[in-house]
Design a protein around this ligand. Structure first.
Ligand SMILES: N[C@@H](CCC(=O)N[C@@H](CS)C(=O)NCC(=O)O)C(=O)O
Length: 196
């Protein structure tokens, strides 16, 4: 059985753990029978349900909320914050492209998949990774020379590529990204949330 494959969920679980916020983890199969529409009409995870039943989605809204509770992963300075949010949008955008490819190639009959669409999404992924790699060639961390949400989002995204799209073989062409992923994935809570 595949467990914990969602990179968007992994990103939030890492933030919750690092901030020391307790939560109950409820595993739902987003593509099968599930209770998600009762909380999120978009039928997507992650969906954070607060103690009073108020449902919070999507991951970008959840991460802002968690940061308000325990400031730790997003700087308050306007330009440093912009750098973190922009990089996180890039990591999430690469994921969106990866998810679109999977839907087109795995969930759709092969004769119905559309190669130009797949090529377009693949270009987004590779250009996004190239952009990250060129920054990390000169910097240790993704944004502002400091650990932040940007690193959490990036390593969550790379875990998805390793797990779901190994054919991309991104590590060989992006050694600095690979170094960041290898380093953080050895540490908790990255280690225990790796997709299995
Ligand atoms: N923008 C959303 C994307 C979440 C997302 O795409 N989640 C996937 C799982 S990795 C999902 O629930 N897919 C089901 C669907 O889109 O119907 C977020 O950041 O939370």
């Amino acid at each position: 059985m595949v467990r914990f494959p969602s990179p968007f969920v992994r990103k939030i679980r890492i933030l919750l753990a690092e901030k020391g916020l307790p939560y109950e983890f409820v595993l739902e199969d987003v593509w099968g029978d599930n209770h998600i529409p009762e909380y999120n009409p978009l039928i997507q995870v992650p969906c954070l349900i607060l103690e009073d039943g108020y449902a919070v989605f999507d991951s970008r809204v959840i991460e802002d909320y968690l940061e308000d509770l325990v400031p730790m992963h997003i700087p308050t300075d306007i330009y440093r914050k912009l750098a973190v949010k922009k990089w996180t949008a890039l990591a999430d955008g690469i994921l969106d492209a990866g998810v679109k490819i999977r839907v087109d190639t795995v969930l759709r009959p092969i004769e119905k998949s559309h190669q130009p669409w797949i090529d377009r999404q693949t270009a987004k992924i590779m250009q996004g990774l190239d952009c990250m790699e060129s920054h990390l060639t000169h910097h240790l961390w993704c944004a502002n020379n400091a650990y932040s949400l940007a690193d959490v989002a990036t390593v969550s995204m790379l875990g998805f590529l390793d797990f779901r799209m190994p054919q991309l073989a991104w590590r060989e062409s992006h050694p600095h990204l690979a170094k960041l992923a290898n380093y953080l994935n050895e540490l908790e809570p990255f280690k225990s949330t790796l997709p299995q």
